[in-house]
Design a protein around this ligand. Structure first.
Ligand code: 13P
Length: 250
């Protein structure tokens, strides 16, 4: 079975009004979208429940983060059980902004990934290297270390609920997109790692999507790469061009 193309919109801490959110959603609701692509949008968490009523059924919703406990005294956190109860199917974990700004370690990301999967959420698991790490030839090792922490706590069957987002930190929000060759190589390295660290079947079936300055203009070429199974889009997911990124393969 070929891997289903997958495009996620990570709205991050945007927009700042429900009016602006309504405009973004109305563009998506009225667009001609590739029916073969899995589409997920991750708005700020306070918009998740109201959006369920207004967004078209082809678009699935994702939280941008969650904790690993079901409930308790964890001020400001959202639990996997709460997301499941609210019928939110996806959560993004390990985004570089959380790793960097909020000091999340790979072990912590792994713990949250396991808890989310146990609760039946699907996880968009983000990994990626910084510019100094790339420039010193450490890209594959850094990404493998981030993934190894997750490999250590998951069972093989858990991987069916994981989409890996390769997001080089230097490409996020910078306008400096990875070349198609750089993305393909990083994705192939991840797949090769999964083959030996988990299993050939998991390596073959797991979607590996690219994130970092994806636009309508660069998405077409990136989408032709054999190991690029879609995109995780930040800034451009707030604009009408997100439709063209969803439809990149048409
Ligand atoms: P940009 O598309 O704005 O570079 O952000 C990518 C990203 O971080 C998606 O999670």
């Amino acid at each position: 079975m070929p891997r289903q193309f997958f495009v996620g919109g990570n709205f991050k801490m945007n927009p700042t009004s429900s009016g602006q959110l309504g405009s973004i959603i109305s563009v998506l609701n009225s667009a001609d979208l590739d029916g073969t692509t899995g589409i997920v949008i991750a708005p700020p968490s306070l918009y998740l429940i109201p959006l369920k009523a207004t967004v078209r059924s082809e678009l699935q919703l994702s939280a941008q983060n969650c904790y690993y406990k079901d409930s308790g005294a964890f001020t400001g956190e959202l639990s996997p059980a709460q997301l499941v109860d609210a019928n939110i199917p996806y959560v993004i974990l390990g985004h570089s902004e959380r790793r960097t700004l909020f000091h999340e370690t790979s072990e912590f990301v792994a713990q949250k990934t396991k808890a989310a999967l146990n609760a039946t959420l699907k996880v968009i698991l983000c990994v990626g290297e910084t510019l100094p790490e790339r420039e010193t030839g450490q890209t594959a090792a850094v990404v493998q270390n981030q993934l190894q922490a997750v490999v250590d706590v998951l069972q093989e069957s858990d991987w069916s609920g994981v989409v890996i987002a390769y997001e080089p930190v230097w490409a996020i929000g910078t306008g400096r997109v990875a070349t198609s060759a750089q993305a393909q190589q990083a994705h192939l390295d991840i797949r090769t790692f999964l083959t030996q660290a988990v299993s050939p079947a998991v390596a073959e079936n797991t979607r590996i999507i690219y994130g970092g300055s994806v636009t309508a203009a660069n998405s077409k070429d990136l989408s032709t790469q054999s190991d690029v199974d879609g995109f995780l889009v930040g800034g451009a997911s707030l604009k009408p061009e997100f439709v063209n990124i969803i439809n990149a393969r048409n």
